[in-house]
Design a protein around this ligand. Structure first.
Ligand SMILES: Cc1cc2nc3c(=O)[nH]c(=O)nc-3n(C[C@H](O)[C@H](O)[C@H](O)COP(=O)(O)OP(=O)(O)OC[C@H]3O[C@@H](n4cnc5c(N)ncnc54)[C@H](O)[C@@H]3O)c2cc1C
Length: 458
């Protein structure tokens, strides 16, 4: 074993005590499992270290005893018909259904069915992917303030903040433009849900592994990565015993969320790479982990249905609302409604307790449905909320590119000396950034790169 392990954090164990494999993968979310599937299919000996006591990462499906409809705390929608995700859906024989794409808007008093996508699309069409000097999305809007109505600009800002979970004052125009350009290749006119829940995708990946119980090690938090010509070594904390365990591999794929990779050394799940590649820190600084807050409510009855003669898919409020976006479970008829806020609005609520967030959403729901808050609470059966921002294994919801970062973020598409590869939604410079499809595609990309170079190192 030829690794230089003389760093203050390294817990040196000899080669014999480190568990060996061909490829080590950090993280058992969609990206990690997608790459494991591909590598295992080619006969490589793969090990996955997962810090949580469950697989799936930001796919987190719950079952409510009072409902046959799965509850999603993380990813819920398949946007468009992305190839990689639908390949898994097809292989697993899963059923998907179209969501009801009907929108209602609240002006503080009345609900209308006014359509705004055309206006927002006109604004987004002006984004410039090839700009020499990057601007923030706010600066972009300001520079176009004479071309569009104040309402179109406000709606575009609210959409960018909500959908991308991003602060528009920091969001890169160039990054957004590149991803919008790429999304033209994907038909995003339809949005789907998976009938059995998003975790069915995770189950499919796990079942494809020859020996899942020996391949996925839960409760292992990777803390230190070291590499040289002899291979890659990872020290991980065993969350159950508190002890350090060592692993050795020919190749490593890192799929940790960008929030975790950016975290200071004192953070519970922080990871150090030694020696640290020069551009690594700059690349991390070009991305941000966005904040989004979602709360799912189940009531005795769907009392919001009286707001419109038409079936309600989405309810939109102005950006000043605590939760500007709500959606129902339609076309499935069940008394369930979801509150959503992303970007600046969500950041303001980062420090609130779960109960405080729920209270804010409930009082807003009462106001917008013209009901007494006490009556609304009396109708409530269950509430589901996961605090992704304060979860040490995600430290946020999903990534976006910061102003000026569109080129440096491409670091994560490359390998470190053909030894260490990155995957995960944050490593995609396309419209799939921030999505499950992005995670799967990046996992397949990293596995493909590993396979290309593997034989020369064996
Ligand atoms: C509220 C919310 C709503 C969303 N809605 C949608 C949606 O509707 N549609 C969509 O496509 N996407 C959605 N997303 C995004 C989607 O969930 C993610 O893009 C995708 O699941 C990311 O997969 P990943 O494999 O890249 O990362 P993750 O799923 O985060 O996997 C990384 C894994 O690494 C583990 N880990 C962390 N630190 C360590 C460590 N030090 N050592 C070992 N393991 C570690 C984590 O526990 C995790 O399991 C949503 C996300 C959130 C939070």
């Amino acid at each position: 074993m030829s690794l230089d392990l003389n760093t203050e954090n390294s817990q040196r164990t000899d080669g014999a005590s480190a568990r060996n494999c061909d490829v080590l993968i950090l993280g058992a979310g969609a990206a990690g499992l997608a790459s494991a599937e591909k590598l295992a299919q080619k006969g490589l000996n793969v090990l996955i270290l997962e810090a949580r006591n469950r697989t799936g990462g930001r796919i987190f499906t719950m079952r409510d005893p009072t409902s046959s409809l799965p509850i999603e705390l993380g990813a819920e929608f398949i946007h468009g018909s992305p190839k990689e995700t639908f390949a898994v859906v097809g292989a697993a024989g899963l059923s998907v259904y179209d969501i009801l794409d009907s929108h209602q808007y609240y002006d503080g008093k009345h609900w209308t069915e006014e359509e705004f996508w055309d206006e927002v699309n006109d604004v987004f069409d002006k984004l410039e992917p090839d700009r020499e000097e990057d601007r923030s999305f706010d600066e972009f809007l300001n520079d176009h303030k004479n071309q569009f109505s104040p309402k179109a600009l406000e709606l575009a800002k609210a959409f960018a903040e909500g959908f991308h979970a991003a602060r528009s004052e920091d969001l890169s125009e160039k990054g957004l433009a590149i991803s919008e350009q790429a999304s033209e290749n994907v038909d995003i006119s339809q949005t789907f849900r998976i009938f059995d829940g998003y975790d069915a995708v995770i189950t499919r990946f796990i079942r494809s592994l020859p020996h899942p119980e020996d391949t996925i090690l839960l409760n292992r938090t990777a803390k230190l990565v070291q590499y040289d010509r002899g291979g890659v070594r990872v020290n991980a904390r065993n969350e159950l015993t508190g002890g350090t365990e060592a692993f050795h591999a020919q190749r490593l794929i890192i799929t940790l969320p960008i929030g975790v990779l950016k975290a200071p050394a004192t953070a519970h799940a922080s990871l150090r790479i030694h020696p640290e590649p020069e551009e690594y820190r700059t690349a991390l600084q070009s991305l941000e982990m966005g904040v989004a807050i979602r709360i799912v409510f189940r009531f005795r009855e769907a009392f919001w249905e009286t707001l419109s003669d038409e079936p309600i898919g989405y309810l939109h409020l102005g950006p000043e609302a605590d939760f500007p976006t709500w959606w129902t479970a339609l076309p499935v008829r069940t008394p369930q409604i979801t509150a959503w806020v992303g970007g600046t609005g969500a950041e303001k609520m980062k420090t609130l307790s779960k109960e405080e967030r729920i209270q804010k959403a409930l009082s807003q729901l009462a106001k917008m449905t013209h009901r007494d808050p006490k009556w609304v609470e009396s109708q409530l059966l269950t509430v589901y909320h996961h605090d992704w921002h304060n979860d040490p294994f995600s430290l946020g919801s999903y990534s976006y590119v910061l102003k000026g970062g569109a080129d440096t973020a491409r670091f994560f598409e490359r390998s470190i000396e053909n030894r260490i590869y990155f995957a995960g939604e944050a490593t995609m410079m396309t419209a799939e950034r921030g999505t499950v499809d992005g995670a799967i595609t990046s996992g397949h990309r990293a596995a493909g790169e590993v396979l290309k170079n593997f034989d020369s190192y064996r």
